[in-house]
Design a binder for this molecule. Structure first.
Ligand code: GTP
Length: 379
């Protein structure tokens, strides 16, 4: 179940709603049990397209205090309003027809805003307390570089949001806006392309374990259990596609070798496309899914993918699966339990400076050091 908080979270959740519709239409399966958007701003909720338009799915919080006009980047206010009106979200979750079939919750927010940045950890905590048997994950979107220099509160919001989310969510998937920015295009064009890039890797990962047609069931099915076992702590996700226009079983040895090489290349590309730049060797858990046309699945490619991932994520427990569906060969990779990702540590460092504790941070700086100094939005 996907819950978007604030404008950024709501728009990305909207993209998940579209993904759910596509899975039903194209594959006849259900991969998303419900999609909700939570906001303090009526206009943001009105701009969504795919999330159902009723008040149980587009949930306005804090309307008495903000008159439906947002919290103006004050994430403490976002957190407070989520605490006061959180029951509305819990009610909508409880009324979800497919609640029993929900394997996990995914809450999404932009770290630098007010509503989503403040609400995400508070709602995560409430949902975890109410639905104790289901993991609750966060996807947190990091701002563009220019926002860090032009908007005063950006760093503080990001630091407090990341700290609060890490303290309560079962995993925090980091997605960096700056990764996919294309200077030449407009901001709105950028946003829709970036949102697509963030959500696309989930399509096959969520589909593989829900597949019902025997023709498309892999030899090694990657299901919700594998994903849940993989997701922990700081996490990133990436995806790559390779057009494959021939059948490997009819190839001569040179063609076969080239096809196998494509497997290694696809894995390298997926790692290069991870949602936040990080060091794969810092991951303690990893997962990959190979999707390809049933006729193009080959054991050699799977071996090559495994070897390439092992070379990169040297210290990780690796899980994998294959999904024989689709015309293009695609590789989705998740790296999880990443120790002290550099960009996150930089945010903690700069947040501490921002709140003028003026503590010089030495080389051995780690999450625990930073946590002591940064205020939590959960208190
Ligand atoms: N990827 C992506 N980022 C977005 C989108 N909309 C906003 N952002 C980013 O989200 C951050 C701002 O958060 P918002 O979600 O707009 O803020 P909010 O949670 O609605 O909070 P307030 O507007 O202060 O009430 C900035 O870093 C934006 O670049 C979007 O559709 N996609």
């Amino acid at each position: 179940m996907v819950i978007g908080c604030g404008q950024c979270g709501g728009r990305i959740a909207d993209q998940f709603a579209l993904l759910g519709k596509n899975a039903r239409r194209q594959r006849g399966i259900s991969i998303v049990s419900n999609v909700l958007a939570v906001n303090t701003d009526i206009a943001d909720l009105s701009g969504l397209v795919h999330i159902k338009a009723d008040y149980k799915h587009r949930i306005l919080i804090g309307s008495r205090k903000t008159s439906g006009h947002g919290v103006g980047k004050l994430n403490e206010l976002g957190a407070q309003l989520a605490r006061e009106d959180g029951d509305k979200i819990l009610d909508s979750i409880r009324e979800t027809r497919l609640l029993q079939d929900t394997d996990a919750f995914l809450l999404i927010a932009g770290a630098s805003g007010g509503t989503g940045s403040g609400a995400i950890a508070v709602l995560t905590k409430m949902i975890k307390e109410r639905f104790v048997d289901k993991p609750v994950y966060n996807m947190i979107v990091l701002p563009f570089n220019y926002e860090e220099t032009t908007e005063e509160r950006t760093i503080y919001n990001v630091g407090t949001c990341l700290k609060s989310a890490y303290g309560v969510a079962d995993a925090v998937i980091l997605a960096d806006n700056q990764r996919y920015v294309r200077d030449a295009s407009s901001i709105s064009d950028n946003f829709s392309k970036i949102n697509y890039r963030f959500v696309e890797p989930f399509y096959n990962i969520l589909s593989a374990g829900e597949e019902t047609n025997p023709r498309y069931i892999g030899s090694k099915v990657l299901d919700a259990g594998d994903i849940i076992q993989t997701l922990s702590g700081w996490t990133v996700i990436g995806h790559s596609k390779i057009a494959s226009s021939f059948l490997p079983f009819r190839l001569d040895f040179r063609g076969k070798h080239a096809e196998t090489q494509k497997g290694a290349q696809a894995m390298e590309d997926a790692i290069a496309e991870l949602s936040l730049k990080c060091r794969p060797e810092d991951a303690r858990r990893a997962l990959y899914l190979l999707s390809a046309h049933p006729n193009k699945m080959s054991i050699d490619i799977i071996k090559e993918l495994s070897a390439t991932l092992r070379d990169n994520a040297k210290h990780a427990i690796i899980r994998s699966g294959d999904y024989p569906r689709g015309d293009n060969m695609g590789v989705t990779v998740i790296m999880s339990e990443i120790s002290s990702p550099k960009k996150v540590m930089d945010y903690f460092d700069r947040t501490i400076r921002f709140i003028s504790l003026d503590k010089r941070l030495s080389q051995g700086f780690n999450v625990e050091d930073a946590f002591g100094s940064i205020p939590s939005l959960l208190d």
